[in-house]
Write a protein that binds this ligand. Structure first.
Ligand SMILES: NC(=O)c1ccc[n+]([C@@H]2O[C@H](COP(=O)([O-])OP(=O)(O)OC[C@H]3O[C@@H](n4cnc5c(N)ncnc54)[C@H](OP(=O)(O)O)[C@@H]3O)[C@@H](O)[C@H]2O)c1
Length: 260
């Protein structure tokens, strides 16, 4: 395959939750920018402000176009603001690629005393936040647009992090619903990319029983995935070559879900 078939030159992308240097979002932003897309790096926490500046620098050093915007995706007005500021930063009227990566990943169990509070805040970010972004972006997304929701293999495993898993299962359903709502009418594809355990702040420590169990389910190698390996899967789905792939749950996990 010619290398330029994966080119994203001229495309504009937003990657939510991409301000942590070691996160999956930052790896996705860099991978899209390296292929020519102008990319918005988004973060929400004050503590990620300097890290987001580092991500920006890395992308610029790689020759990419980038802007950094702070916004809480769970607040509809801030999601809209993220879109408006992206358009003005890149002096454009379109957004071609939306990667819904920003998420909270609590380990809370369903029967924990604070579960309803955590359920509420996690759904606000992972589910309603994604809805906010999709509603804000679609009016600016041309035919051939790509919406990629970062899910998790946890939706197929039901072994841990149930509150978090419930939000990702909801997201998987929304992926299919949006693929239908935005396919024939808008020419937009919508897919879930589901990482397995990946070496970021969200991953359990190496000696945690969950880490040991998840590694035992991984087929490709005895390790966690790297953020760059998830980013590569996103590039494939974001590229024009993936025009006939929509409404899918795509596991990028070293085979975790295939081993069941
Ligand atoms: N790591 C894994 O093992 C794994 C496995 C399966 C799926 N995933 C999924 O992969 C994606 C990236 O995870 P990660 O491992 O890179 O996690 P991470 O390092 O914890 O990053 C999560 C990101 O989401 C952002 N975020 C949280 N709430 C937000 C909000 N309200 N508005 C905007 N951004 C918000 C955070 O921003 P701040 O930095 O500003 O706080 C952070 O950058 C997530 O969707 C996660 O569920 C991860």
């Amino acid at each position: 395959m010619a290398a330029n078939e994966l080119s994203l030159a001229g495309k504009v992308a937003i990657v939510t939750g991409s301000g942590r240097t070691n996160g999956i979002g930052a790896a996705i932003a860099l991978a899209l920018a390296k292929r020519g897309a102008a990319v918005t790096v988004n973060y929400v926490s004050e503590s990620s402000s300097s890290k987001a500046a580092e991500v920006e620098k890395t992308i610029k050093n790689a020759g990419g176009k980038v802007t950094v915007i702070r916004a809480d995706i769970g607040v509809p007005a801030q999601a809209k603001d993220l879109v408006t500021k992206t358009l003005s930063a890149f002096n454009t009227d379109k957004i071609d690629i939306l990667v819904n990566n920003g998420a909270a990943g609590p380990y809370t169990n369903m029967m924990d005393a604070e579960a309803s509070e955590v359920m509420d805040s996690t759904f606000r970010t992972n589910v309603v936040g994604t809805l906010n972004l999709v509603q804000a972006v679609v009016p600016h997304m041309p035919k051939g647009g790509r919406i990629i929701n970062i899910s998790s293999v946890i939706t197929k495993l039901a072994i841990a992090m149930p509150v978090y898993g419930a939000t990702k299962a909801a997201l998987d359903f929304m992926t299919v619903a949006w693929a239908g709502e935005l396919g024939k009418t808008h020419g937009i594809t919508v897919n879930s990319i589901a990482p397995g355990p990946t070496t970021t702040d969200m991953a359990p420590p190496d000696d945690h029983p969950l880490a040991i169990h998840l590694k035992s389910l991984t087929l490709a190698a005895d390790r966690f995935g790297a953020p760059e390996e998830i980013a590569n899967a996103v590039v494939l789905v974001a590229s024009p070559l993936s025009s006939w792939v929509t409404g899918q749950f795509i596991s990028a996990s070293g085979g975790v879900t295939n081993g069941l």
